[in-house]
Design a protein around this ligand. Structure first.
Ligand SMILES: CC(C)(COP(=O)(O)OP(=O)(O)OC[C@H]1O[C@@H](n2cnc3c(N)ncnc32)[C@H](O)[C@@H]1OP(=O)(O)O)[C@@H](O)C(=O)NCCC(=O)NCCS
Length: 171
């Protein structure tokens, strides 16, 4: 629906379930992501998450990311919307087999455009584990700037990890 050169952002469909479930059960992927504890999710957990991503739900806006051949390659979205201050928090995941092809960087550009041009947000925030260089590159390539460093914020991979805060304001 939101078209880029490499990817499009669209709604989740019921037949995304298998691929989506595989993405979020990749242990290395989970260990790169800030939220929660890296822990497997069942097919029914994933079905339930997908069923909540509806255009009639206004709490957050999650997109399926599809490549030029129509394969589901990941997801991205904006959550924790603060309408008074026009703030939103972004997240993105590209499945392991599809990384390094520019999909994440373009999906992030499309998501930022949606947030500014359609939601009228003023500021977009992301929090990234400091060791996650691909994610930092993906955000910085899209004009996010570093705002701060939370030292020893998260216990991950058997050690305390720093978290980098980045943001981007409306053009
Ligand atoms: C972060 C992420 C979305 C990037 O998606 P992607 O489609 O691979 O991104 P791109 O192909 O646009 O590449 C972005 C940068 O990551 C780098 N990169 C991609 N795959 C990489 C890999 N396996 N190892 C090292 N760097 C990699 C690219 O080289 C690029 O950096 P560059 O501009 O310096 O060349 C993806 O790696 C991912 O989903 N990771 C796991 C989940 C995650 O970390 N989400 C973000 C949490 S804040």
């Amino acid at each position: 629906m939101i078209e880029g050169k490499l990817v499009r952002l669209r709604a989740f469909e019921a037949d995304d379930l298998d691929a989506s479930h595989a993405f979020v059960n990749d242990y290395e992927t989970l260990r790169e992501m800030l939220s929660g504890i890296p822990y497997p999710s069942s097919m029914s957990d994933e079905r339930e998450w997908l069923s909540r991503q509806s255009c009639v739900t206004r709490g957050e806006y999650q997109f399926a990311v599809e490549d030029g051949e129509g394969y589901l390659v990941g997801r991205c979205g904006v959550t924790r919307l603060d309408w008074k201050n026009r703030l939103g928090e972004l997240g993105i995941m590209v499945g392991a087999p599809y990384r390094g092809r520019g999909y994440g960087t373009e999906a992030m550009a499309l998501l930022c455009a949606f947030c500014f041009e359609e939601l009228n947000l003023h500021k977009l925030r992301v929090s990234v584990l400091a060791f996650n260089r691909p994610a930092l590159r993906c955000y910085e390539a899209n004009g996010f700037v570093r705002e701060g460093l939370l030292r020893d914020e998260v216990w991950r991979k058997g050690a305390w990890q720093d978290v980098v805060l980045l943001s981007k304001t409306a053009p």
